[in-house]
Design a protein around this ligand. Structure first.
Ligand code: HEM
Length: 559
């Protein structure tokens, strides 16, 4: 039975443009957008999860395990060499073959080299290690945590106003909190509806409407810009786009994020989300503070609960609105035809509480992940005008000049898909995935006992030349298939995770990103109503006017 994934989607802070911090970037002929991709504050979340998650039974052995761990972890299904299989599976058990060159059985986990637990605490809490997680990862293969109890529910129900007594980290009923059979049931229900590309293809029309609003918004912002053409804070726009896009699919209703005057309810939600993101560190402390200490240090926990309250309330209102709407249709004897929420209601496979919780969680998980990825994609295009040009040409050649694409068009522009894969390889929005071992394992000559929590570091694997030749370079074409039988599967980059616990919103995110990248082709200035192009060769293009500050220290060669 699959165990709960201990490393989860986590909040990240939308990054505001830093005026003036921006060297003028590329030589493209029109300035349209400033690209301000995400900071590494985002990645703190991941390690926070690690640090506060349920630890292995062995107490007091926290550790960042260094690159000395000789063999890499691979996800189930990934191929290991025969020798490696023999060593990794069998060693350490009675009668198992000894690892080549070694005379003894596997070494204990405690023998694995790495910093002392206290050094880790200093690294992450004092020296802002969360902000440098990508650097730490490139030196570190394994992160092992133990001795820390995770946040867990005390009661099965929750809701606004009840938080301080009830929350223990995640909303009850959400996929991230439930375990075992309960989780599997919810996952099965959601999987049937959104886990395959063809399941989400039906949402192309809704997403395109949101894209049309995004384009309109860009025009408005351009007309208001000092120079009449440069739109800054693209990350902010993408945040609103992602939120509107995912909500359209989840709640089957619009939130008004891209309107001139954003509805108060939506503003409140964005605030709650902002609070959740900005107090990320606070919430980590909140998790780390034992219950008995909370009355003496009340703020972190109070804030943490307040932001969950806000998120949940918002979700509940939208779910309830839809429910009423469906009821009205049914009362009038009309057939209810709808999207995700309607299906979930009508099928009655999930309880109302489970629906609230999952909608809250998916909205939380599906906004900044998508928007930051989109920002990075556009940033990379801006830094690489030649790639931008090639993408543009492929779109025009295969889809035509002013084509409004649907999901069915996406396979016709493989470079757009490759762009997304390469972006997520270089800038995985979640820097790692966590798993708790279900049995004793021997990896790289070390015995990892059942119940140990491990984190696979995306950065480390993505930047390995062995996995990706010239790994530091932005080369989307590496993902293109060479022939119909060719499959470019590389487990060095699994930005959506892998297996039964992988990202449930993957196809939604891909659809949103693919369609907007294709439609960027339709933004320009000559005929605003007809939406001219943002790509070179047309009237405008993506270009960098402000650099993503913290991440420039990452090992990427941006050209
Ligand atoms: C580029 C965008 C996104 C990326 C890179 C991403 C990445 C991830 C990763 C790495 C995980 C953990 C998977 C694992 O442990 O194997 C995850 C989980 C999850 N994601 Fe995403 N995600 C994205 C967008 C979305 C969207 C749009 C939604 C919602 C519509 C979403 C909802 C979730 C949920 C609910 C989980 C928890 C799944 C579970 O534990 O059952 N994500 N995501």
């Amino acid at each position: 039975m699959p165990r709960r994934n201990e490393l989860e989607e986590a909040p990240r802070a939308p990054v505001k443009a830093k005026p003036g911090a921006a060297p003028k970037g590329s030589s493209l002929h029109k300035k349209v957008a400033s690209v301000d991709p995400p900071t590494w504050a985002a990645s703190m979340a991941l390690l926070a999860r690690v640090l506060k998650a349920r630890g292995s039974p062995a107490p007091g052995r926290w550790g960042l395990l260094d690159a000395g761990a000789p063999r890499r972890w691979r996800p189930e299904g990934a191929r290991l060499s025969a020798g490696a299989r023999a060593e990794d599976k069998g060693a350490g058990r009675r009668g198992a073959p000894r690892a080549a060159g070694r005379t003894e059985g596997p070494r204990s986990l405690a023998a694995m080299p790495g910093p002392h637990p206290l050094a880790n605490l200093v690294e992450f809490f004092w020296k802002d290690g969360f902000g440098r997680i990508h650097e730490i990862q490139t030196e570190t293969w394994w992160l092992r945590c133990s001795g820390q109890r995770g946040l867990r529910p005390r009661e099965p129900t929750w809701g606004p106003g009840r938080s301080t007594d009830i929350y223990e980290g995640e909303p009850p009923g959400s996929s991230r909190r439930e375990e075992g059979e309960q989780w599997l049931k919810m996952r099965r229900v959601l999987r049937q509806r959104i886990l395959k590309p063809r399941d989400v293809a039906i949402f192309s029309g809704e997403i395109n409407q949101v894209i049309a609003d995004l384009i309109k918004r860009i025009y408005i912002l351009r007309s208001q810009a000092e120079d009449g053409e440069t739109v800054t804070s693209i990350n902010d726009l993408f945040f609103k786009y992602s939120m509107e896009g995912v909500a359209t699919i989840l709640y089957e209703s619009r939130l008004g994020c891209l309107e001139n005057s954003v509805p108060q309810l939506t503003v409140d939600y964005i605030e709650a989300l902002g609070l959740m993101f900005s107090m990320f560190k606070t919430s980590m402390y909140a998790g780390a503070i034992p219950r008995w200490l909370r009355p003496f240090v009340p703020k972190p926990w109070r804030e943490f609960c307040r932001s969950w309250d806000g998120l949940f309330k918002f979700s509940q209102i939208h779910v309830d609105n839809k429910l009423r709407d469906i009821q009205c249709h049914m009362d009038r004897g009309e057939t209810v035809r709808g999207g995700l929420l309607s299906c979930l209601f009508l099928s009655q496979e999930l309880t109302l509480e489970e629906i609230y919780a999952n909608m809250t969680e998916m909205l939380l998980a599906g906004v900044d992940t998508t928007s930051f990825t989109l920002s990075w994609a556009v940033y990379l295009l801006a830094r690489h005008p030649e790639v931008q040009q090639t993408v543009y040409r492929e779109i025009v050649k295969n889809l035509g000049e002013r084509h409004v694409p649907t999901a069915a068009d996406v396979p016709k522009v493989p470079l757009v898909r490759a762009l997304l894969k390469e972006t997520l390889r270089l800038f995985p929005v979640l820097p790692g995935n966590g798993r708790v071992t279900q049995e004793d394992l021997v990896v790289g000559g070390y015995l990892i006992p059942k119940g140990t929590q491990l984190a696979l570091c995306h950065y480390a694997t993505s930047y390995e030349d062995e996995n990706f030749p010239r790994a530091k370079e932005f080369r989307p074409e590496r993902w293109l298939r060479k022939g119909s039988l060719d499959r470019v599967d590389n487990f060095g980059s699994i930005p959506f995770g892998f297996g039964v616990r992988s990202c449930i919103g993957r196809r939604i995110a891909e659809l949103e990103i693919h369609l907007v990248v294709i439609q960027s082709n339709n933004i320009g200035e000559k005929h605003p109503q007809e939406a001219p192009s943002l790509y070179p060769g047309s009237t405008a293009s993506w270009q960098v006017t402000s650099l993503p500050k913290p991440l420039l220290s990452s090992p990427v060669s941006h050209g």
